[in-house]
Design a protein. Structure first.
Length: 243
C-alpha cells in the first residue's frame, strides 16, 4: 500500500548495529552550528527512512565513562557510504566539545537508528516547530517535502536565521528568539484547513506546552502530531516522545 496521509504514519524497525566511522569533511554552517560528514565501510547497510530518526553518537570506549547522545541523520549517501550529522554547539558538553575539536580522520562510534516513523508527505499542510536541536530534522524535512507542500516553520534560536530558507509561496518561516516566544507563536497560530501534520521537538518543558496547546486548545488529532523532548534542562542524554 502506498504511504499517504490517509493511511497515516508507518513505523519501521531496523537492526541495531554499532558502526565505527571516520570524519571525512567538516563545514561551519553558522557560528554555533557544524556539519560533519563521516565515512567508512561500516556504513554499508545503514538505513534512515525518516527526518525524525535519531541515532546514538557514542564517545569513549571505556564502558564506565561512555557518553551517548542522540543525533538526527541529516543525509546519507549509500553509494559513497557517507553520513552527515549536524551539531548545534552549546557552551559545553561532551558532544559539543568533541565536535569543536573534531578533525579529518577522527573516529567515533554510532548505533542505530533502531526504527523510523515515516510521516507521509502528502498532508494538506505541515507544521514544524523546534529549537536549535530540532534544526537538523527540520532542514531534512524541508529538503524531502515536495516544492508544492504547504509548510509552516516556527524556529527558536539565533542559528535559525542563516540555516532556514526565507518564506515563499508555500513556505511560512517564523523565527523567534526563545522557547517562550515559540510557544506563544504556536498558540497564536491559526491552523490551516484540511488534514495537517504537526511535528515539534526541543526542550522538554517547552514541548509539553506545545503538546497541550495542539491537542487540547487547538483540538488537533493526536494521530497527526508528534512532539518530542530532545533534551531537558539539567539532565544529560535526555530523549522522550511526548506524543
Amino acid at each position: 500500500m502506498e504511504l499517504s496521509a490517509k493511511t497515516g504514519v508507518q513505523r519501521v524497525r531496523h537492526e541495531i548495529r554499532q558502526r565505527d566511522i571516520t570524519v571525512t569533511r567538516i563545514e561551519q554552517l553558522a557560528p554555533d552550528y557544524l556539519s560533519i560528514t563521516f565515512g567508512g565501510e561500516a556504513l554499508e547497510g545503514f538505513t534512515s527512512l525518516s527526518f525524525d530518526d535519531h541515532l546514538k553518537f557514542i564517545l569513549s570506549n571505556d564502558e564506565e565513562s561512555r557518553v551517548w547522545r542522540d543525533y538526527t541523520p541529516q543525509h546519507f549517501n549509500p553509494a559513497t557510504r557517507e553520513l552527515t550529522l549536524e551539531f548545534a554547539l552549546h557552551e559545553n558538553g561532551a558532544a559539543t566539545d568533541w565536535a569543536r575539536a573534531a578533525a579529518i580522520g577522527a573516529s567515533v562510534t554510532i548505533a542505530g537508528p533502531r526504527g523510523s516513523m515515516v510521516i507521509p508527505v502528502d498532508y494538506d499542510w505541515h507544521l514544524l516547530a523546534g529549537d536549535a536541536t530540532a534544526l537538523p530534522a527540520i532542514r531534512r524535512r524541508l529538503a524531502e517535502l515536495p516544492a508544492s507542500a504547504k509548510v509552516i516553520v516556527i524556529a527558536s534560536g539565533d542559528d535559525s536565521g542563516s540555516l532556514l530558507p526565507s518564506s515563499s509561496q508555500h513556505l511560512q518561516v517564523q523565527r523567534v528568539a526563545d522557547d517562550e516566544e515559540m510557544v506563544a507563536a504556536v498558540r497564536a497560530l491559526d491552523l490551516p484547513a484540511g488534514l495537517g501534520y504537526c511535528w515539534c521537538a526541543g526542550e522538554a518543558s517547552a514541548m509539553k506546552q506545545l503538546r497541550d496547546i495542539l491537542a487540547s486548545e487547538k483540538q488537533h488529532p493526536r494521530n497527526a502530531m508528534r512532539v518530542a523532548a530532545y533534551w531537558k534542562k539539567g539532565v544529560s542524554s535526555h530523549h522522550e516522545n511526548l506524543e
